[in-house]
Design a protein around this ligand. Structure first.
Ligand code: PGA
Length: 275
């Protein structure tokens, strides 16, 4: 018997730089077909979020609209400015114009390859919230930081900077993803108990920034080599509310399997959400 989990689960697929618009449409139609046959009642389904590249966002949204299935579409990043001379960037206003209300912020690949810092992550988080777009704020330590015993210090700095100045109401709306950098795309998943310990630390930090009842509502995801083989153990942890999934979200069968595992472990999940 599974333990009741009071926060609604969220399964988010981060497609990174994979899939063309036509592949995106085919994936969403195939996923919708599978959801149509899902055995578990709708009330247990996790929120399902797919984050394709910018070029596919509108088509993805239109396809979901056509299939009528509860799939949310999000961007993988965005700029923090409203508009301006920022060649190649996409603003929150532009995302809103194509009905996008979710965005990944501060993914470790953005930090590593595109020089995003805790400060830019904070600016993007605030810009998303100001535009009523839900940020999924990514944090996590590198292997060197973990081996040097700095995991908690790094997470404390990242969370306190990224979420500084966020109101309690905004905090309850956003999502945090704990993604240890050494577990992303490596096949090395973090031990479930350790992932839960860090997610609990993040919740405690959020309580310090706001208050305990608010922190109790915030969804915290684990990300890093999530697969159907390791996800059930992660889902039984008290402070892990779902997954941010890269590789396993590109294949419709494995992504669907993760969704149905989350539904199975969601008995008693009742906490609602604005989207
Ligand atoms: P992965 O990626 O599941 O392929 O490890 C996770 C992520 O980058 O969000």
């Amino acid at each position: 018997m599974t333990q009741a989990h009071h926060r609604k689960r969220l399964i988010a697929g981060n497609w990174k730089m994979f899939k063309t618009p036509s592949e995106t449409e085919a994936f969403i139609r195939a996923l919708s077909e599978k959801l149509h046959g899902m055995a578990q009642p709708l009330s247990t389904w996790p929120e399902i979020l797919v984050c394709p590249p910018f070029i596919s966002l509108k088509l993805a949204w239109d396809t979901v609209d056509d299939t009528g299935k509860p799939i949310l579409i999000g961007a993988q990043t965005m700029d923090s400015h409203e508009d301006g001379a920022f060649t190649g960037e996409i603003s929150p206003k532009m995302l809103r114009s194509v009905c996008i209300r979710n965005v990944l912020v501060g993914h470790s690949e953005r930090r590593q390859y595109f020089n995003e810092t805790d400060e830019t992550v904070s600016a993007k988080t605030r810009a998303a919230l100001a535009n009523d777009i839900r940020p999924i704020v990514c944090v996590g330590e590198t292997l060197a930081e973990r081996e040097a015993g700095q995991t908690d210090t790094v997470l404390t700095r990242q969370v306190n900077t990224a979420l500084n100045g966020v109101s309690a109401e905004e905090m309850a709306f956003l999502v945090v993803a704990y993604e240890p950098v050494w577990a992303i795309g490596t096949g090395k998943v973090c031990d479930a108990a350790e992932a839960n310990r860090v997610c609990h630390l993040i919740r405690t930090l959020i309580a310090g920034l706001t208050n305990s009842p608010t922190a109790d509502q915030v969804r915290i995801l684990y990300g890093g080599s999530v697969k159907p083989e390791n996800f059930p153990e992660l889902l039984t942890q008290s402070d892990i509310d779902g997954g941010l999934v890269g590789g396993a979200s590109l294949d419709v069968d494995s992504f669907y399997q993760l969704i149905s595992q989350a539904a199975y472990f969601s008995e008693g999940a009742i906490h609602g959400c604005r989207i």
